[in-house]
Design a protein around this ligand. Structure first.
Ligand SMILES: [Zn+2]
Length: 278
């Protein structure tokens, strides 16, 4: 089971050096994507992954940086030749969102199905809405569990744990410090956790007109990088990967991110980079 970081920025604004937050888990020739911000399909192609191998998509929550391309990704996998089902798993109103997407691309779908003779795209989509901590996948040698995390005001928000062949990878989604996530991540080989850098956020270095209110949201609903280290320590994970970085531009030096996480976690820490394979 291989983890590929497809995007490591936090927030919906595009950045030159980092894509919207997304991860690919590659196992036995199939691809499982966690979160679908803008540009995720292109990030997969740039990472050397075949869109047609997309098996399932897991959505953490309905903030735009995680879901703008939730319809586009399976759609583009279909145009890349996928004819087998793509499962899409995540919180409500996932079904409604995908129905709206189908309506949005209906002109293209109708024309493309006529000209290519492809199996109708809508037949590929298998949607599962998740409202509680539970096992959400047990197939193809892979098991996936999720838990509810704490990311107000978006509820439910989910974290996911992937397991196969004795290896485990946990993706935090967006959350402030969450005891449920510590339990889900217990003993995991890899924890990919969102992080913000407190001094940069509280100093309003986000270069936005609404920086003060945005900073309040970030502090209230996300996890400061030192507390991310605390989560990794309490869960006793094997490797901590910092991702969904706020700020996502190079305003904070790599060493500052790492030093802050290491101040509360003695294990190995990686500052996530787009296209990094773990
Ligand atoms: Zn986010």
């Amino acid at each position: 089971m291989q983890l590929v970081l497809l995007g490591t920025a936090g927030g919906p604004r595009p950045f030159p050096g980092r894509g919207a937050p997304a991860q690919a888990i590659v196992y036995d020739g199939q691809i499982y994507v966690v979160d679908c911000g803008n540009g995720v399909a292109r990030q997969m192609v740039l990472a050397g992954l075949r869109l047609a191998d997309l098996r399932a998509v897991f959505l953490s929550h309905h903030h735009a940086d995680h879901m703008l391309d939730i319809g586009a990704l399976p759609f583009l996998a279909w145009t890349d030749g996928r004819s087998e089902p793509v499962d899409v798993v995540g919180p409500p109103p996932l079904r409604t969102v995908l129905d709206h997407f189908l309506a949005m691309v209906n002109v293209d779908l109708t024309a493309r199905q006529q000209t290519t003779g492809r199996r109708p795209f809508a037949d590929l989509l298998r949607v599962s809405e998740v409202v509680s901590s539970s096992r959400v996948w047990a197939a193809d040698g892979l098991q996936v569990r999720c838990c509810l995390v704490d990311h107000p005001p978006v509820r439910p928000s989910l974290a996911y744990r992937f397991e196969c062949s004795g290896r485990s990878i946990v993706i935090s989604g967006d959350t402030r410090y969450s005891p449920a996530l510590v339990r889900l991540a217990r003993g995991a080989d890899v924890l990919v956790h969102e992080a913000y850098y407190g001094a940069a956020v509280e100093g309003h270095e986000l270069r936005l007109a609404n920086a003060p209110s945005l900073a309040e949201h970030i502090v209230a609903c996300h996890t400061e990088v030192q507390d991310v280290g605390r989560v990794a320590r309490e869960a006793e994970v094997g490797l901590l990967v910092l991702s969904h970085l706020v700020p996502a531009d190079p305003a904070v030096a790599d060493e500052a991110w790492l030093a802050s996480a290491r101040s509360s976690f003695a294990g190995p820490v990686v500052l996530g980079r787009d296209f990094q394979v773990i």
